[in-house]
Design a protein around this ligand. Structure first.
Ligand SMILES: [Zn+2]
Length: 386
């Protein structure tokens, strides 16, 4: 049984969550991350815990049973196209693939495995990079996501452990599925820092989305302008996570770590570098120890430059969880092993080199606008100046 402070949830079966060869969502990035950490000896046999499958009853903590049944039928070729479309499956974004129910249940089960280890005190921190499917809705698939592992895990933590959960989502896309699931619940606080929905899927995540009914005031959104760079992104992240954690005082944090805010990401328009991925886990780690006796579950999420960005970004989370210093170079044997397969030149260092992109002409304007967004989003939890 686990006796160290951290757990790495992993199975080669995560690869079974696969839409098709041309689809941008590619779980090979989990394998690339795992292999990178293995080759650094940062992940060892005793760190690894295999994910279990989520049960139907667990999925039904959040998802409609009719939807679960539809996913099951679709994955076995037994659902007609029209009916599938009612559930958001069989679209260009979220096509049907064989055994999609089983593959999706394993990703959810991985996050539940992480949750049990942390909540039972067997480890302080646990990571499931196979999870983070934040666009899954109660009765509908959306944006590459079938079941929402974070939503299920949060409901599970509420029911089994009576925990107050702070969900922090740094994916470049708004964490809509999780937000709407807990929109009227004052015992779950959601914070999403993302590219504005003006030009990007899913279009929501405005600062005015603050919750409903008893849950009003427990949903926070920081929509950032396109071409936001490191400094402005980090200002928004640090300020909001610190103030929201101080306000909510969670028992546990669940961080969704989509790695698609990077300049290289082909689906989004933010302009961050690896620097933010060095800082994100450091601050999450501090918050976990300050408020939650260390209880921290990290999941993956988006991330579509699977070669240059995601393996480094996710490895940095694990290194931070284990207080392993970041070396300056990536292991050569990792580069040698994967370069043949990669369509781009793999990075050799943990930080990006300067001059990756041309200076952004609207820099000052973007920074000013983002600072104002942070002000407005956190206004209600700041002490009044009067
Ligand atoms: Zn994303």
């Amino acid at each position: 049984m686990k006796s160290k402070d951290t757990a790495f949830i992993y199975s080669p079966l995560f690869q079974q969550y696969k839409f098709n060869n041309d689809h941008p969502f590619n779980q090979l990035r989990v394998e690339l991350t795992y292999d990178l950490l293995r080759k650094m000896n940062a992940v060892n046999d005793h760190d690894i815990v295999a994910p279990r499958m989520a049960t139907i009853d667990e999925l039904a903590l959040v998802h409609d049973r009719k939807y679960i049944q539809a996913v099951e039928l679709a994955g076995h070729g037994k659902l007609n196209e029209d009916e599938a479309l009612n559930y958001g499956i069989g679209t260009e974004d979220t096509p049907i693939f064989s055994n999609m129910h089983e593959a999706s249940s394993l990703l959810v089960g991985g996050t539940l495995t992480a949750v049990d280890l942390v909540m039972e005190g067997k480890v302080l921190h646990a990571a499931n990079f196979g999870g983070g499917l934040h666009h899954g809705f109660r009765g509908k698939a959306s944006g590459f996501c079938i079941y929402n592992d974070s939503s299920v895990a949060i409901r599970y933590m509420q029911e089994k452990y009576h925990a107050r959960v702070l969900y922090i989502d740094t994916d470049a896309h708004h964490g809509d599925g999780v937000q709407w699931t807990f929109y009227d619940d004052p015992n779950v606080c959601t914070l999403s820092i993302h590219e504005t929905g003006r030009y990007l899927f899913p279009g929501t995540g405005n600062i005015t989305e603050r919750g409903a009914g008893k849950g009003y005031g427990y949903s926070f959104n920081i929509p950032l302008d396109a071409f936001t760079e490191d400094e402005s992104w980090l200002h928004a992240y640090k300020t909001s996570i610190e103030e929201v954690a101080a306000f909510f005082k969670p028992d546990v944090i669940l961080t969704q770590n989509g790695a698609d805010a990077h300049f290289y990401d082909p689906l989004t328009h933010l302009a961050s570098t690896m620097s933010i991925y060095h800082e994100i886990p450091k601050i999450a780690h501090e918050i976990a120890h300050k408020y939650c006796n260390g209880r921290w579950i990290a999941v993956g999420g988006g991330g579509y430059d699977i070669w240059r960005v995601v393996p480094r970004a996710w490895s940095l989370i694990w290194l931070e969880m284990n207080n392993i210093p970041v070396p300056s170079n990536l292991p050569e044997n990792w580069i040698n092993q994967w370069q043949k397969q990669a369509p781009v030149t793999l990075p050799t260092k943990w930080h990006d080199s300067e001059g990756m992109y041309k200076p952004i002409p609207r820099k000052a304007e973007i920074e000013e606008k983002n600072a104002l967004t942070v002000e407005k989003a956190l206004h209600s939890i700041r002490p009044s100046k009067e």
